[in-house]
Ligand binder design. Structure first.
Ligand SMILES: [Zn+2]
Length: 356
């Protein structure tokens, strides 16, 4: 951390915001050049955001519970108990801007102009260009996993995909951003939650990147068998999992090419129900082999989890990890009230076949 940044770690007035932003970005760009990937950049941004006080959470407090299928111990689902996560619904930051500053896009929490005054200068991001488009990496103040980054488009534009709304995101753009970034952040989990499939800010395009948990790095979905012979067009299909999920594995460019073509055909074959569909995409890159993996779980907007609203089920849950936030739920986790089938039911409630 250079000296100038260190002097500015306390919340500042937004008029200094651009200067401090530039200093931080220069510093992070130097880190990126040294490291050759985004991991060191994200960690440095995380550290900086703890120092400014924007992130107060101590990630170590999250406990994790694993539930095995009683007849088949190779199958499991798990829960993280993350009480601070409940606070996110209240939001943080101020709601009324200082005089002479106006609210843009209804106070959208992913627009930089709003963030500057809402978080009183404490929240800063990292500018990135991906395939010719501009994005900002922000730290999530209520992390689901270590070093939880939200990468949002610099411009205020919808999270919705093209299949539901004209002007929505092309699938190729979602995949390019997600898989390209994943290749630059090996060892991270990246996910895009569609609108109605876990996206908490549907008005502004964003994807999540998180480190894996140290104690249990692989997620249930990553450990299930994938059958690459049932589908001849390059996708694998997961077996013995409560959700229908298509998988691609290979080099970054191969994965992007085959998945984009496959999803275009998928959309054609799903025309009658397409407007009611949404999706979760998950991307990872193996740090040892540089191989990319991409997962696609189709979702139906009106297919809800009967214990709550479907919006709460996003990429993490699709990977087989559920987030519990209230104390009573911890008693259930420890007292044998929750088991494999409790969790499986959440996924079967939102299950939809690849072809309807
Ligand atoms: Zn916005």
């Amino acid at each position: 951390m250079n000296e100038k940044i260190a002097h500015n770690v306390m919340p500042m007035m937004p008029q200094n915001y651009d200067d401090v932003w530039q200093d931080l970005n220069d510093h992070l760009n130097a880190i990126r050049q040294d490291a050759g990937n985004l991991d060191a950049v994200f960690r440095a941004l995380d550290l900086h955001q703890h120092k400014t006080g924007f992130i107060k959470d101590r990630f170590e407090e999250i406990a994790r519970f694993k539930f095995y299928h009683p007849q088949d111990p190779s199958r499991f689902l798990r829960v993280q108990f993350n009480p601070k996560r409940a606070l996110r619904l209240k939001g943080i930051g101020i709601k009324i801007p200082p005089p002479n500053i106006s609210i843009t896009n209804n106070g959208c929490y992913l627009c930089r102009d709003n963030i500057a005054w809402q978080q009183q200068g404490a929240e800063l991001g990292y500018d990135m260009e991906i395939n010719g488009s501009r994005y900002v990496a922000w730290m999530n103040p209520f992390p689901l996993l270590p070093t939880h980054v939200v990468v949002s488009s610099t411009e205020h534009r919808t999270q919705e995909w093209i299949h539901h709304r004209d002007g929505g995101l092309e699938v190729s753009e979602i995949l390019n951003t997600l898989v390209t970034l994943s290749a630059q952040a090996p060892g991270y989990i990246g996910f895009y939650n569609g609108v109605g499939a876990g996206a908490s800010i549907p008005e502004h395009m964003h994807i999540h990147f998180c480190q894996r948990p140290d104690d249990d790095p692989l997620f249930p979905l990553e450990l299930v068998q994938v059958n690459f012979s049932r589908d001849t067009s390059g996708a694998g299909l997961v077996e013995n999992y409560p959700l229908a999920v298509a998988v691609w594995r290979g080099t970054t460019s191969d994965v992007l090419k085959t998945a984009t073509e496959w999803l275009s055909e998928w959309a054609q074959r799903n025309q009658p129900r397409l407007a009611n569909m949404t999706a979760n995409f998950i991307a990872t890159t193996d740090p040892d082999t540089d191989q990319s993996s991409l997962y696609f779980a189709p979702r139906e907007r009106n297919r809800i989890w009967r214990g709550g609203i479907s919006d709460l089920i996003g990429g993490l849950e699709v990977m087989g990890e559920f987030v519990y936030t209230i104390k009573e739920e911890k008693v259930h986790l420890e007292g044998g009230i929750v088991d494999y089938f409790t969790l499986e039911k959440i996924l079967t409630d939102i299950h939809t076949p690849l072809y309807g």
